[in-house]
Design a protein around this ligand. Structure first.
Ligand code: BES
Ligand code: MN
Ligand code: ZN
Length: 496
């Protein structure tokens, strides 16, 4: 898709379709009024006759509007003007391209980008417009032998006043970088586990490194053994797929500037291991590497934006299978930190690979560490698919991540990490068990486990079990939390 910003009157834009917004109770938005004026009241006539109310998400395609350069006009309902905010804005942009995606229009001009959204500027509107479009148009056809209805839509322009064109252009470029990061995360997430193995993830990381001049290191089992990553290695033992430990470095900042370290859970398939999962929807456990995918996606976005910042991405990539060599419930292993872990449930494997990755992260003397993981089913119960769970040992870091989620529309919600919860993690035989025994506060006890390995730096944990993919008819990876992570990095780099 080709994106651009245009500062021509919407009536003069020579394209296949110009998209204008209509507020509820038939109120033409300002750009719609401009078109209407040039068209001698043609649009107002349509509204008067009752073909379009302006309800949020509704659309009406009109051909042959007199006096304007475009061959079509798409009216898009914006809902009540008084309630028009961030969500309504994104929804309207998404509805526009959904209405046109399988139409004959190749190039379109969307004027919604000129509509004021309280608290946000032209850069935000352009950035969010690109993200909404790329989300609405995404289709996973990488493994289909033929592509159903090849799309005509190939060029999307957003209008901006001459005064705001510069800011909009900057927002557009950022949006495109984030969208490319999300696309990478989604493609990897949607790939099945017979293709997207730990080895495949490592190859993709190396490819990304080549494209963007990142430093990439991949550690194999022998190297991990040397480092003492006994916890991580315990998870991969039941699988024929060898584990991989991926370290990617983007160096856009000063040589001495401490890096932000992102750690992503890369379980390429989670059967549960010997603590085998029930069969229903087990296919979705191919998404258990979504944290890893989002870390690669955020690095891609950061590199595309050339953020003046150092970022390290760490991905422990392992398959959790119940093979003959598999770890048994009750097995005790020694983590890289030296702490011993009693593995009471082999299905709580994410924390077992992350703890060694978090210990390894300490080597970079990080400014902060953020881990991203599809860690607990309990998080899906608590927050559903709307917000990721956030827990941290540092309130300022938590606040920055929450803010990044808010402005990007990729929200997180904080859960407490109080000492009271730590008491739930007690083992009779080792330093720490990998589960608490009960189901209470499952998302928090998962984070409590991780917190035992993050004492020496500022750390936050994002549980994306509910947000990384959608189930059911619309099944597929969402590309989240690439927008949140990228906005966080942009802010750290002073670009927001
Ligand atoms: N990958 C799962 C978490 C998960 C489950 C994500 C369902 C999305 C949907 C994780 O490895 C897991 O199995 N967690 C267990 C932890 C439990 C054994 C303490 C869970 O949530 O049931
Ligand atoms: Mn599991
Ligand atoms: Zn898992």
């Amino acid at each position: 898709m080709e994106f651009s910003i245009k500062s021509v009157g919407p009536d003069k834009a020579g394209c296949d379709c110009v998209v204008v917004g209509v507020f509820d109770s038939r109120q033409l938005s300002a750009p719609a009024q401009e078109v209407d004026k040039a068209a001698g009241g043609h649009l107002a006539g349509i509204l008067r006759r009752g073909d379009m109310e302006g309800k949020g998400g509704s659309t009406l395609l009109v051909h042959g509007v007199p006096g304007i350069a475009a061959s079509r006009v798409l009216l898009v309902g914006l809902g009540k003007q008084a309630e028009f905010g961030e969500k309504a804005y994104r929804d309207a942009v998404a509805a526009s391209v959904r209405a046109l995606r399988d139409s004959a229009s190749k190039s379109i001009l969307i004027t919604l980008s000129e509509l004021p959204v309280a608290g946000q500027d032209a850069a935000w509107r352009a950035r969010q417009a690109v993200l909404a479009v790329s989300d609405a148009l995404y289709r996973s056809d990488q493994l289909k032998s033929k592509i159903e209805n090849a799309r005509a839509l190939s060029a999307i322009a957003f209008s901006a006043t001459a005064k705001e064109a510069r800011a909009a252009g900057a927002g557009l470029a950022q949006g495109m970088a984030i969208a490319q990061g999300m696309d990478l995360a989604r493609e990897l997430g949607n790939l099945p586990a017979n293709i997207c193995t730990p080895t495949y993830l490592a190859q993709q990381a190396q490819k990304l490194a080549k494209q963007h001049k990142l430093k990439c290191e991949v550690l194999d089992r022998a190297r991990m053994e040397k480092l003492g990553m006994g916890s991580l290695l315990a998870v991969g033992r039941g699988s024929h797929q060898p584990p991989r430990f991926i370290v990617l470095q983007y160096r856009g900042g000063k040589a001495k500037a401490k890096p932000v370290v992102l750690v992503g859970k890369g379980i390429t398939f989670d059967t549960g291991g010997i603590s085998l999962k029930p069969g229903a929807e087990m296919d979705e456990m191919k998404y258990d590497m979504s944290g890893a995918a989002s870390v690669l996606g955020a690095l891609r976005a950061a590199a595309l934006m050339q953020l003046p910042l150092n970022v390290v991405g760490i991905v422990p990539a392992v398959e959790n299978m119940p093979g003959g060599g598999a770890t048994r419930p009750g097995d005790i292993v020694t983590s890289m930190s030296g702490q011993t872990i009693e593995i009471l449930n082999t299905d709580a494997e994410g924390r077992l690979i992350l703890c060694d990755a978090l210990t390894y992260a300490g080597r970079f003397d990080p400014a902060c560490v953020v881990d991203v993981a599809t860690l607990t089913g309990a998080c899906v119960i608590a927050l559903g698919g709307v917000a990721s769970g956030l827990m941290a040992n540092d309130d300022a870091l938590a606040a920055e991540l929450l803010a990044a989620g808010q402005t990007s529309g990729d929200r997180a919600w904080q859960l407490p990490l109080w000492d009271d919860y730590q008491e739930l993690l007690k083992s009779n035989f080792a330093d720490i068990p990998n589960i608490s025994g009960g189901r209470a506060a499952g998302t928090i006890t998962g984070a409590c486990f991780l917190s035992r390995f993050t004492k020496q730096y500022r750390w936050a944990h994002l549980d994306i079990a509910g947000t990384a993919w959608r189930s059911g008819k619309e099944k597929g990876s969402t590309g989240r939390p690439v927008p949140l992570l990228t906005h966080f990095l942009m802010k750290q780099a002073g670009r927001l």
